[in-house]
Design a protein around this ligand. Structure first.
Ligand SMILES: [Ca+2]
Length: 505
């Protein structure tokens, strides 16, 4: 079991209801109906081969900040930036869970990860009862496939193939196998910028390390800057591959009929980022283009979830959205004119986490359960088991999985620097590695780095209560076992992955 995981690591394959209904205002409803009326013309309907192709570029561990299109001055992403100029940039896009398996499962099923029970954990199986957009498109005549990292990591269980589709060696091989003219749905699952990084690769490639904007949650020291540069090196590699994908489509004359979606399954693999419900963990890039049809050059501030993608693709293909899908199609927002908040109902995003790795002290085999609501102004996190360790226990000898050491943070120069230098950076160390209270509330206007917990400040009591009510209402309506005292469905799932150990001294 462990050997298989080690091999996965070397290949960089990660170690890693009720539908919500909003009462739309009348102009918005009219706009949506107008878009609906256009859809058969825009996306085919009567003529199946006029339906758009769908190409998802799913990065692995990439935070929203780190592309030129999102304001980064150092990382070079000319191809992404070009797609952003020609398409729509979502400035507030959030994953359902900041961990590979549940995040990818939530994208494919259009459902929040907590509705997938065991599939809500890293390495958890995705039950066959959950429909995926890939299967639905295939049944409607699409050619469906993926390359590299699809739904992963995990064992297929009752499914006979990867939920992302059939595996191909490359996008070119997939297109070659397709019948000419057949619409396709392809998932390009790059392993970048997942660790392991080649130490020093960023600086050696010419990335100006001194110009990097270091997030405030990390110590601003050379080791961290170099680590971020190595991460940028891999983001730039995604950008180069994106350029090749676009060239391939253009050469085939398919670019103008292909919806290109660029996004990621969770945020950067650094302490207090990936695996956490702060923006660095859950907020990801989301850039979409469909030339001639989706009005380009726009930046939307609507708070959206990657669970919205599956219903979006189904609507574009003229298909009904299954009742199980809790996501809401983005077609109306993408087709609307203008920038900013184009859908007045998209004012909150919801996400959470169950077990990333089995990182807790014995005898707890579960994860660190938490759920959160993010609005324009606030982030509220409910930690269901504050006695547990959000980053995993520091005591490898007493770990449930012997040897696990801060196992929910990938091994990295930044992690090891922060542990070794905890005395010099006590606040940052505690924020990333320490235990947390049952509730966290961050006021984003004054604290964009989400470091000052206001949960016990009486001045925020009303805000906190309102956010709690909103969050718990959504969780209960959407059938979250954790919200009704049934968290055991997550805690007692078997685990087939590995853990992160203390590096040898
Ligand atoms: Ca990932």
């Amino acid at each position: 079991m462990h050997r298989r995981v080690d091999i996965d690591c070397k290949l960089k394959k990660c170690r890693c209801i009720q539908k919500r209904r909003y009462p739309p205002d009348i102009p918005e409803k009219m706009r949506f109906l107008a878009v609906l009326a256009l859809l058969p013309i825009l996306f085919g309907g009567a003529a199946p081969d006029e339906r758009p192709n769908i190409l998802v570029i799913m990065a692995d561990d990439w935070s929203w900040l780190h592309a030129g299109a999102y304001g980064d001055q150092v990382v070079a992403t000319p191809n992404m930036d070009r797609v952003a100029r020609q398409g729509v940039v979502f400035e507030h896009a959030f994953v359902s869970s900041p961990s590979c398996t549940p995040s990818r499962a939530s994208v494919l099923t259009g459902q929040h990860f907590w509705r997938l029970h065991g599939g809500g954990n890293l390495y958890g199986p995705l039950g066959a009862q959950h429909p995926t957009y890939t299967d639905l498109l295939e049944a409607a005549g699409y050619y469906v496939g993926f390359t590299r990292k699809g739904w992963s990591p995990g064992r297929l269980g009752e499914r006979d193939r990867n939920p992302a589709g059939d595996r191909y060696e490359s996008f070119a091989a997939f297109l070659e196998a397709r019948e000419k003219g057949q619409p396709f749905s392809f998932w390009f699952g790059t392993f970048d910028p997942h660790r392991v990084y080649e130490l020093g690769s960023g600086e050696e490639s010419g990335i100006p390390v001194d110009s990097i904007s270091v997030p405030a949650v990390f110590p601003d020291v050379p080791a961290v800057r170099s680590d971020i540069a190595d991460y940028y090196f891999e983001v730039q590699r995604i950008d180069r591959e994106l350029g090749e994908l676009l060239d391939l489509l253009e050469g085939l004359g398919e670019l103008d009929r292909t919806v290109v979606v660029i996004t990621s399954d969770n945020g950067m693999p650094f302490p207090r980022a990936k695996g956490n419900l702060y923006d660095l963990g859950v907020r990801v890039p989301l850039i979409v283009q469909l030339p001639e049809i989706i009005p380009g050059g726009r930046r939307l501030t609507d708070l959206v979830s990657l669970t919205d993608l599956a219903p979006t693709f189904l609507e574009m293909a003229g298909l009904a959205v299954p009742e199980q899908m809790t996501g809401r199609s983005l077609v109306a927002s993408m087709m609307a004119a203008g920038s900013g908040r184009v859908d007045s109902s998209r004012v909150a995003a919801y996400f959470g986490r169950e077990r990333h790795t089995p990182a807790q002290a014995s005898p707890i085999g579960g994860g660190y359960p938490m759920r959160a609501i993010r609005t324009d102004d606030f982030l509220y996190i409910h930690n269901f088991a504050p006695e547990r360790w959000p980053a995993g226990t520091p005591d490898a000898e007493q770990a449930f999985w012997y040897g696990a050491w801060y196992s929910d943070i990938d091994a990295s120069p930044t992690k090891h620097f922060m542990v070794d230098s905890a005395a010099a950076y006590p606040q940052r160390f505690k924020a990333a590695f320490g235990k947390r209270p049952g509730e966290e509330l961050y006021d984003l206007a004054t604290d964009p780095d989400q470091m000052i917990n206001r949960a016990l400040d009486p001045a925020y009591a009303d805000v906190k209560r309102a956010l709690w009510n909103d969050l718990m209402g959504l969780l209960q309506r959407s059938g979250d076992p954790r919200a009704v005292g049934m968290g055991g469905v997550f805690d007692y799932q078997p685990y087939t992955g590995g853990i992160v150990r203390r590096p040898k001294q």
